[in-house]
Design a protein around this ligand. Sequence first.
Ligand code: FAD
Length: 350
Amino acid sequence: MTSAANQLDLNKKRAAEWLLLLFFLLLMSACSDRNQRQLSTFNGSIMGTVWSVKIVATVASQLTESAVNEAISVELQRIDQLLSTYRENSELSKFNRIPSTEWVAVSKDFVQVMAEALRISQLTKGAFDVTVAPVVNLWGFGTDGNINKIPDKDVLKQALERIGYQKIEVDAANQRLRKLIPEISVDLSAIAKGYAVDQVALSLEKLGIKEYLVEVGGELRAKGNNLANVAWKVGIEVPTPQLRQVYQAIQLVDEGIATSGDYRNYFTIAGQRFAHTIDPVTARPVNHSLASVTVIAPNAMQADGWATALMVLGVENGLAVAEQQQLAVLFISRTADSFNDRATTAFSRR
Ligand code: FAD
C-alpha cells in the first residue's frame, strides 16, 4: 500500500477522531446545558394580599412553568377555601356559624393550624388567641371592613365574653373541633398565611423542586440555594408605613420567616395609633413602642403565629418567652426619632 494511501487512511482516522471529539464536546455541552440551573418566578394575589414564588431548577427537570404555576395556584386556592373568614362558604366560616358545642369533623389542614394556634396560646398565656375574631371586627380590622373609630366600651366588654382560646378544643387524632360555648368564632389571619406558604412549599417538593423561596403577604419559606448557589436572602423592613427599605438582610437556610407590625394595618385618632394586633385581655389594640417583630422558625406557620404573639407581648415579655422557646427573633421598637432593636440569642448567633 502506497504512502499516499497510508496518508489518506491517517487523515480519515484523524477526521474520525475529530468528529468523535466534536460529538463528545457537543454531548457534554448539551448535558451541561440540561443541568444548568435556571430561575423561574411566579406571582399572583390571594388572601387579600400578593404571593410570589421563586424556584431554581434545571432544564433536565422538564418542569413546565404552567405546571408549576398551576400547582401553586391550586394549593393557595385550596387553603383559602378552607381557612378564610372572608369567604362565606369556607370551612372556617361554616364552622364559625355553627351554634353548637358538639364535636365537628373538619379537614386535616384546619385541625393542624388550630392545634398550632392553641399551642402558641398556651405558651403565651393567651396573648395569641385566634378566637379574638369578634374584637378584630369591632375595631374594623376584619371582614366587616374598616371603621376608623374606637368601639363602644360596653360592646367591647360583651365581646370579651365571646372570646377565649380555652373555649375551643382540638381532637387532632380524630380530626375534629369543639366549641365550649356556641358563640365562639375563629380568625386565622395571624397564622394561616404561614401555613399556606408551607403547603405551597410541600407541593413544589412533590414536583421534585428542591430550591425555592415562597412568599405570601410577607410570610416566607426558603429551601436550598438561589441561582447564585448561595442561601436565599430576604430583607426585614424598616417598620414605617410608606417606606419600603431594608432594616436588616437575612439569609434563610431551609426555614420560615414572618413579621408582624403596626405600620401597615392601622388608623390614628388624635395622634394615637390603633393597629390590628389585639390584646385579648383588654380587647384593645396593643399600645407599646414595639413597631415590628420578625421570627425565624423551622416553618412559616410557626414564624407567622409567633410573630403576632410576640407583638402582643411587647419587648420585655416577648423576649423572655422567645428565649424560653429558643426562637430567633428581632424586635424593632420606635424611639423619639428613629428605631432601636433587641434580638434573642438564637437570632444574634445566626
Ligand atoms: P399578622 O400580624 O400576621 O396577623 C394580624 C391579624 O391577626 C389581625 O389582622 C387579626 O386578624 C388577627 N389578630 C389580631 N390580634 C390577634 C391575637 N392576639 N391573636 C391572634 N390573632 C390576632 N384580607 C383581605 O383584606 N381580604 C381577603 O380576602 C383576605 N382573605 C384571607 C384569607 C386567609 C386564608 C387569610 C389567612 C387571611 C386573609 N386576609 C384577607 C387577611 C390578610 O391576608 C392578612 O392576614 C391580615 O391582613 C393580617 O395581616 P398580617 O399577616 O400582616 O398580620
